[in-house]
Ligand binder design. Structure first.
Ligand code: FE2
Length: 207
């Protein structure tokens, strides 16, 4: 069929910075494996799974949401959600990040967490406490209240109608080459040096 020769539905997005741009917090070697092997693997597998299926032709976020409620599509969901989560994670970081949010997001964090320092403590606790593989998120719920969410494996807040503002990947592949089992050190360095508050502010502006 012609479809089999069409270009793949999903393409690995380029990193928004060079592989060495997040050093020394995240090494080029980690980013190379994480983006070039893990993220790429999810995209490749997803293209194989959706070809000829009811999920073919849909944008990535729709595949995530539609497959989430389909027990027969667990593999589609896992690979689609991981593809979506990783794209969001790359943009949740930036070289010379860190600091504090500004404007409306700063006010909302004060309202819902008590302040940026309190947010940081709660976010780090959620990320460190996520058992096994998963993610920690800053999200706005359906009412616009900011919350911290932790999700297992490929799970993602977008399937519950929440709006992610930023995320940290706490699968071991995100930090093991640089930090081994010291996940809290990775989280602290990430919050101090990489968190991309500008990205979160843009996301918050559309909530
Ligand atoms: Fe990852």
């Amino acid at each position: 069929m012609l479809e089999s020769k069409a270009k793949p539905s999903f393409v690995l997005p380029e990193l928004p910075y060079e592989e060495n741009a997040l050093e020394p917090v995240i090494s080029a070697r980690t980013l190379s494996f994480h983006h070039g092997k893990h993220h790429a693997g999810y995209v490749t597998k997803l293209n194989q799974l959706v070809e000829g299926s009811v999920y073919a032709g849909w944008p990535l976020d729709e595949v995530v949401k539609r497959s989430a409620g389909d027990p027969a599509a667990k593999m589609v969901f896992n690979n689609a959600a991981q593809a979506w989560n990783h794209d969001f994670y790359w943009r949740s970081m930036r070289p010379r990040g860190g600091g504090a949010p500004g404007g409306a997001l700063r006010d909302a964090i004060g309202r819902d967490f008590g302040g940026v320092s309190e947010f940081r403590t709660a976010f780090a606790k959620a990320a460190a406490g996520e058992f096994g593989s998963g993610w920690a998120w800053l999200v706005a719920d359906k009412g616009g209240t900011l919350k911290i969410a932790a999700t297992d494996d490929a799970d993602t807040p977008i399937v519950r109608g929440e709006r992610p503002l930023l995320t940290i990947d706490v699968w071991e592949h995100a930090y093991y080459l640089d930090y081994q089992n010291r996940r809290p050190d990775y989280i602290a360095a990430w919050l101090d040096n990489l968190i991309n508050w500008e990205f979160a502010e843009v996301n918050f502006s559309t909530v």
